[in-house]
Every structure is written in C-alpha cells, then in structure tokens.
Design a protein around this ligand. Structure first.
Ligand code: WTA
Length: 659
C-alpha cells in the first residue's frame, strides 16, 4: 500500500482543484425549516450514542425489545439490539398496510420497453406473501441461502422480501455478471435455489439470462431448484424436476402468510464484492441493526417524507445501493418509489427526465458516472422536461468532481435542490458520511462529515488523526448498526482485510484515501488499495489479472485503473503473451471478450497493451504506479526500486512503435 496522494484515482492536479473549492451552498430557510433532520440530531447522538441508536431502532416494529443496544465484547464482530426480535419484511410491507396505507403506491415500476406496473403496499403484501409461500413449498427453511440473478423486475424485489420474511439469506448477483461469476458465488454461499428470468432487456433488445444460470448450475452441487420468471419470452432450455416457472408455483399461492420473528442478528443477506485478491468476498449483513440504519439514513439524508415524496434511486438491486436504498430503507419508511428496469438512453437520452416528469419524482439518487454521462449528452436534454418536482438530489459510488456536482445542481436541480454526496460501502451497509440537507452548507465535491451516530476520522500511517488541512486514510472508529458481521465463511479474512491495518487503535480501515479541508470537511480521494472504481462498480485489479492469465495465450498480466473522464476509472491491462503468439488486434479483442466471459462485461478492459516485460520490484511485486503513469500518458515516476530499471524504457518504446 502506498500513500493516497500517489495511488488514489485522481491526479495531483485534480486534487489541488478540489482543495481550493470554496463555494458553499447552505440550505434555504424554507428547506431547513421543514427538514426531518435538524442540528439537534448531532447533539443527541453525541450525548448518548446507545440511547440515540435505540431511538432510531424504534422506527421499526419489534416483537421483542432488545436487552442491550450494542455488544462489542466480541470485537470486531458486533451484535446490535441483542435479544431483540423482528421480521424485516413485515417492517417493509405489512405494517404499512395495517396502519391504513395499503392503497399507497409502493412502486411505480417502469419497464425498459415502456410497459409499466403500479404496485401498492397492499399489492406488495400479497405478492411477497405468495412468493414466501412458494419458497416454502419448494422446501426452503430459515437459514438456507438463495441466489437471486435477475434484472430490475418487481419479482426481484418480491423475492428479496420473501427471503427476508422466511429468514432465508439472499445473495443477489448482478445480472450483468457472467455464468462463472454466478457459479463461484453460488458455491461459496452453498445456495439451494436460484431465482432468475428467461431473459432481460438490454438497450431495447432482449438478451438471454437463464442460459447463464444453466451453465452455472451444471457445476454447483448445492442447487436444487431454479425458479424462472418469464420476462422477455426468450426461449429457454428446461431441466425437468429442477426448473420451475414462477407463474406455475407462485401465482396460485395464498396471499396470506404469517411472518415469523427472527433474532436481530439473524443473517439477512450476503453480497459479494471485490477486494484486493481475485476472490470476491461475501459480505454478511444481519437484520435489526442493518434495517435501523438503512431507515434512519434514508429518512434523514434524503429528507424523505412518507406519503408526500416520490423517491427514485437509479441503482440496480445487484449492488448494495439497490439493497439499502431501493428495497430495505425506502420500504421500511413507506416510500413511494420509482423502479426503472433499463438503461438511461433507451429509447433516447431523455429517459430519466421523462420518468421524473411522469411520476413527479422529488428525490433522485444516482452515481457521478451517470451525471458525467448526462453532461456529455448536453444540458438541453434535461432542459426539455419539467423537473420542478425535484427537491433533493443524491450522489453515491465514487468521488463526485466539483464540475459534475455544479452541473447536477444547475441543470437537474435548478440551483434549488440540496445535493447530498453519500459515502459508504457494501461493508458499511448504509450511508456513513454525508451532509444533512436541511442543516449542512454543502461544498461541491465533498461528502462533508460523518452522520450523527457515526464515527469517522482521517488518520496518518500511524493511525493518528490528522488535523484540518491534513490527508491520509479514512477509518471508522466506532461500531455502527449496519456494519458487516463478517465475510461469509472466512473469519480470518474479515480480520485481516478491515481490522489489521490499525489493529492497535481498533479502527475499521475502509480502503479509501481522504483529506480534511481547512474547515474540517471530508473529501474522499478514491481507493488506496488495488480496487478500481469503474462507473461506481468495484472491480479488483487481481480479479481481472486472474481472468487474463486464465487465457491460454497470456503469460503474465498487470491491470491498473486509469483516470477516465466519464467512468471515473477505466481498466487498462498490460499483458505479456506466451511465446509464439503474435500480438495484434485479434488477440486484444479475444482477451477483452475473455474477461467479459469470466467476470462480466463491466470488467472488460478499456485498453489492453501487449508488452515485453512488466515493471517489478526486487521482491517481485508489480509496480502498478508506473503502469498507471503509462496508461495516463504521464511522465514515468521514480523507477529506482525496480529490479531492472530499463524495463520502463522497453515498455514505452514498444508502445510508441506500436502506435
Ligand atoms: C467508493 C457503494 C467517494 C469508495 C455504496 C468506497 C465513494 C467504495 C462514495 C464502495 C462517495 C462510494 N465518494 N467515494 N460518495 N461512495 N465510494 O462497496 O471508494 O460498491 O470504498 O459501495 O466506493 O463501493 P461499494
């Protein structure tokens, strides 16, 4: 690991620009006046953290009250709301119907081809109950794992909630991942069931999906059934006895289902995310603390008001943002939300704004990479729609550059809507660092500070907090309710990855570089490890390297994330071919396709350079820093620690010849 100033995804230049950013945007008096979160929230949290989180947990309905708010005696394994019991799905669905809100729309679902469905809370209760009854009829019992490999159709949300209702642990696998990625995740979690669709719409066209499941489960001994929703009418292969249609097993089930209560620490889901090794980590989340923080943050950070707002989070349920801010947080808070199936430019580049106009969306939460794409498409596109319903805008997934922030504010938010830049991770389960829209004077590009109840610091190499104006590593210095409860099946890796770097201080090491400005606001600077962030998706360099070297023509590979104006980072690979293999366009295409097949299209390198050697230290470690200099067309940095300092000349001269 090297200091963030070198290794973070941003150039020194961009960093200087960030830290001279002095514009601030306080909330309007009117917004501040009506806001859910006022300044006293932080005071209450500081006065008594446990009491504060207990107060937040009372947003939920519990069948048994907890005896203890936090048990940290088994650190770094936390237990929150010890002894408390609840049903997560009941909290997201049934209680709203019982409270008389059955007719309120839960989901305005918009399909990519233009079909739509309106799902009220009463409908949602019926659908989730049917699905739960169906999953029980397939023999699943609390504690079993279920893989969900689906596009953004309502059945995906019913499936997640039905699992929660039954105490089944879901593992959602992004439907853009490959069969191989699905297989390894099913195996790691030992899932018994996969829920999928026949196909999915991709940029206006149906593409097969079940075919990838067939390929994956041919090699997974634990899978007993494959439950298939018909979405695109794509022809599918059928394995009798294993495959079952959703419309055969779910449709006729009873809409009555009595939810059972589970322990606050009952496993709710596993979500795989990239780390610094080739093998994705199964991040484990549990029930009571997770739902508490998801609901608390959704209420305060987005200023969400049930029955008034129309909320839209543009993430996919395959990522943690979709878990916490499409399914669990908003539904626990009785949100009316938009769920959109498709891509932002189908059938045209105004699709998102058309949806905002159609449903009068008031809270819109998206990723910087999409904002930069909108910028590229031009401000005249949002200008063609009525966006006056919007009142809060959010950003997540990667650092947002001030230019994109200002564009978002002006062209989407009409200089009226507060922008909340939210920092968090799959591991944190819910938002950790963000402004409160009615309290904080926001700065373009800064996530500002930890939320009330959350402890975050920027520290130096030794774990000592740096002062205003100082930079270093982001750490979390207090346990939090939605924190991961471990890596599925790998306690050692959990300790090593997050808790060993600052073991003496007991800090959670997030893997991000950060800096305080002179006012003490936090600026996130990107990852300090070998994790890339491409369009807000986490991909590890080693994962892509492993995929490349699994190809017969590759002898060695090194991968770096190079700064990219739209996607944040782009994947650039350097490969040494095996003897006798000719370099050329064909082999580059073949390797790019191979990576897509091994991991998924999101991991396809933007560029592959064939090189004669790779720069290595005397101990054999690849110096990615130097490769990043090449990938970003910069002057090559210090080469004195290379085993052979002429290697960089060899690489550069070969590339110049080739271009
Ligand atoms: C990055 C996504 C800067 C960060 C919720 C983190 C951010 C990783 C922000 C987690 C933000 C996320 N500003 N960087 N507002 N939000 N990140 O697990 O590097 O997919 O460690 O969770 O994304 O990505 P993950």
């Amino acid at each position: 690991m090297t200091p963030p100033s070198n290794e973070a995804g941003q150039s020194a230049n961009a960093l200087d620009n960030l830290l001279t950013e002095s514009r601030t945007f306080p909330p309007s008096a009117e917004f501040a006046d009506k806001a859910n979160a006022k300044a006293d929230l932080a005071e209450r949290a500081a006065a008594d953290r446990d009491a504060f989180w207990a107060e937040q947990a009372r947003r939920l309905s519990w069948t048994a009250e907890w005896d203890q708010v936090l048990d940290w005696s088994g650190a770094p394994f936390a237990k929150w709301f010890v002894g408390g019991k609840l049903n997560v799905a009941y909290n997201c669905v049934d209680r709203h119907v019982e409270d008389g809100h059955g007719e309120q729309v839960a989901i305005h679902w918009e399909g990519e081809p233009g079909d739509s469905r309106t799902i009220t809370y009463a409908d949602l209760k019926d659908e989730v109950s049917r699905t739960a009854n169906a999953l029980s009829s397939l023999g699943l019992v609390a504690g079993d794992r279920v893989a969900i490999y689906m596009p953004m159709v309502p059945e995906a949300i019913y499936s997640m909630l039905a699992c929660a209702r039954l105490g089944l642990t879901h593992s959602v696998v992004f439907a853009g991942f490959s069969a191989e990625a699905l297989r390894s995740r099913i195996d790691d979690a030992e899932a018994k069931l996969v829920i999928t669709t026949d196909g999915q719409y991709r940029r206006g066209k149906p593409a097969p999906l079940k075919a990838a499941v067939d390929e994956a489960v041919a090699q997974t001994p634990t899978i007993q059934k494959v439950l298939v929703v018909k979405r695109t009418d794509t022809e599918v292969e059928w394995t009798e006895g294993r495959d079952v249609w959703w419309h055969d097993v779910v449709a006729d089930q009873s809409t009555e289902h009595t939810p059972e209560s589970f322990d606050a620490e009952h496993p709710l889901f596993i979500l795989y995310t990239s780390g610094t090794t080739g093998r994705p980590k199964g991040i484990l989340h549990t029930s009571g603390g997770y739902l508490t923080q998801a609901a608390y943050t959704h209420h305060n950070v987005f200023d969400h008001k049930a029955g008034q707002d129309v909320y839209w989070c543009t993430a996919d349920i395959g990522w943690v943002t979709g878990h916490s801010y499409i399914v669990y947080g908003p539904l626990a808070n009785r949100a009316t939300q938009v769920v959109y199936e498709g891509t932002p430019n189908t059938p045209n580049e105004g699709r998102h704004w058309e949806i905002v106009q159609k449903y009068k969306v008031s809270i819109y939460y998206t990723a910087p990479t999409l904002i930069r794409t909108f910028m590229k498409w031009g401000a005249d596109i949002p200008a063609g729609y009525d966006l006056s319903s919007l009142r809060v805008l959010g950003s997540v997934g990667e650092p947002i550059n001030p230019e994109a922030w200002m564009w978002y504010r002006e062209h989407v938010g009409a200089n009226r809507c507060p922008i909340v830049d939210t920092w968090w991770q799959t591991e944190t389960g819910a938002i950790m660092i963000a402004p409160l829209p009615g309290v904080t004077a926001c700065k373009p590009g800064s996530a500002m500070g930890p939320l009330p109840g959350i402890g975050a610091k920027v520290v130096d190499e030794a774990g000592v907090a740096v002062g205003k104006g100082g930079g270093g590593y982001l750490v979390l210095d207090q346990p939090w309710p939605a924190m991961l409860r471990g890596i599925w099946g790998d306690e050692e890796r959990f300790r090593d990855t997050y808790w060993s770097r600052f073991a003496d201080q007991g800090f959670y090491f997030a893997g991000d570089g950060a800096k305080y400005d002179d006012d003490g606001a936090i600026w996130l600077l990107g990852r300090v490890d070998d994790v890339m962030n491409v369009s807000g998706h986490r991909i590890s360099t080693t994962e892509v390297e492993s995929a490349l070297v699994s190809h017969a023509k590759v002898a060695e590979a090194a991968v770096v994330g190079a700064t990219d104006p739209t996607t944040g980072q782009g994947i650039v690979a350097f490969v040494i071919l095996r003897g006798g293999v000719e370099a050329g366009d064909d082999v580059v295409k073949e390797l790019r396709d191979h990576v897509a097949k091994e991991i998924g299209p999101i991991a396809k390198p933007r560029q592959i350079m064939v090189v004669p050697e790779l720069p290595k230290t005397r101990s054999g470690k690849i110096m990615r820093r130097l490769l990043r200099d090449v990938a970003e067309n910069r002057q090559i940095g210090d080469v004195t620690t290379l085993a052979d300092s002429t290697v960089m000349d060899l690489i550069s001269s070969g590339l110049n010849k080739g271009s």
